[in-house]
Design a binder for this molecule. Structure first.
Ligand code: NAD
Ligand code: ZN
Length: 348
């Protein structure tokens, strides 16, 4: 079968011919219906070197996947061949307290996971291929009626990651509150929708690209702004001088983490999701009192079920552009140039 593989760090992925996987006991092979192209893949290709993460190439890219159950390994029950499923992407050890709660990204026994801190497309073969081997049937979530694999795939990361970040901040987002979304790309365009669907906060969206801000407006962002030197002042003005209750930074570069700290409110949340490598000097008078600053990684399996429900009911809808597997390099090119809106989805 065809597979788009990252063969080395600091290299472009290559479309190669590999053997079709067959499932061992407890494993499932999924016929891939769709695999989203995430900006994290660009970090894998261009920014990472050996030692950055506890695994290495070669592996097939694609960590946000959905499709249909193709073959079941011995002992797998509760799934049927042909059934549409989303693949829960972070694969932990399965037995530590966090994995038992479905919080695989924060697995406490990484040595017991298929690869520490990774999953399909992140150290193991992912979904940018005709078939994906899923090493544990518990990672498959049946798709609710009304959701097809092409729209479900982005929800497994570009949807789940902002959902997790937003959900943990729900208590800080009552009516009257403000949330700032920095970076309205694959994750951010769903972040805006998830804020509107699950909170009563006013949403302020910031990006460098006017086009994607128009998209944010379509999704109900109350204010949009092209980032400039005046952005922090403008957000302060809009929030009545208080600042935003929650800032979600889907870029994570120096200018955005600093903007986040400059516009967050006392007792607010500044959540850094983007892997842009920015740093934030923190000192007593340098940040608002009781501002909580955190990074988040992906989301839990129960949260994926919730996001898929929102997707099936049309409350969040990824804006997608589809590409054939052979065309995946063009999708990454557009993602890298910033000429894509929403998410690129590879349909093998
Ligand atoms: P994307 O390229 O689709 O979107 C990024 C958006 O940020 C674009 O719209 C771009 O115009 C905008 N942007 C870039 N620089 C900006 C700046 N200085 N100010 C304002 N806006 C700016 O990327 P994506 O797939 O949505 O991923 C976003 C980031 O999140 C990446 O760093 C990715 O690696 C990371 N990520 C993290 C997790 C996690 O679990 N923490 C999961 C998935 C992706
Ligand atoms: Zn991702």
């Amino acid at each position: 079968m065809r597979a788009l593989r990252l063969l080395n760090w600091k290299s472009e992925p290559e479309l190669t011919e590999v053997d079709e996987p067959s499932p061992g006991p407890g494993e499932v092979v999924v016929k891939v219906g769709a695999a989203g192209a995430c900006h994290s893949d660009l970090h894998l290709m261009h920014d990472f070197t050996a030692g950055a993460v506890p695994w290495n190439p070669p592996f097939t890219l694609g960590h946000e996947n959905a499709g249909w159950v193709h073959t079941l390994g011995a002992g797998v029950t509760g799934l049927e061949v042909g059934q549409p499923v989303a693949v829960y992407g972070p694969w932990g050890c399965g037995t530590c307290p966090r994995c038992r709660l479905g919080i695989d990204p924060y697995c406490e026994n990484p040595a017991g996971a298929p690869v520490p801190g990774g999953g399909g497309g992140l150290g193991l073969d992912g979904g940018m291929a005709e078939y994906e081997l899923v090493p544990d049937a518990r990672h498959l979530v049946p798709l609710p009626d009304g959701l097809d694999p092409v729209h479900a795939a982005p929800l497994t990361d570009a949807g789940l990651t902002p959902y997790h970040a937003i959900r943990r901040s729900w208590p800080k987002l009552p009516p009257g509150s403000f949330a700032v979304v920095i970076g309205v790309g694959g994750l951010g365009h769903l972040g805006v929708q998830l804020l509107k669907a699950t909170t009563a906060a006013r949403v302020i969206a910031v990006d460098t690209r006017p086009d994607t801000l128009r998209l944010a407006q379509e999704y109900g962002a109350d204010e949009v702004m092209v980032s400039s030197d005046g952005t922090a002042d403008e957000i302060r003005r809009i929030t009545g001088g208080r600042g935003a209750d929650v800032v979600l930074d889907f870029v994570g570069a120096d200018p955005t983490v600093r903007l986040g700290a400059a516009v967050a409110r006392t007792v607010g949340d500044l959540t850094i999701v983007g892997l842009g490598g920015g740093t934030l000097p923190v000192s007593f008078f340098g940040v608002p009192y009781e501002l909580s600053i955190q990074t988040t990684y992906w989301g839990s399996r129960p949260e994926l079920i919730e996001v898929l429900d929102l997707g099936a009911r049309g409350l969040v809808k990824p804006k997608i552009t589809t590409f054939d597997l052979a065309d995946a390099p063009r999708a990454y090119q557009q993602l890298s140039e910033g000429t894509l809106e929403g998410r690129a989805v590879i349909v093998p």
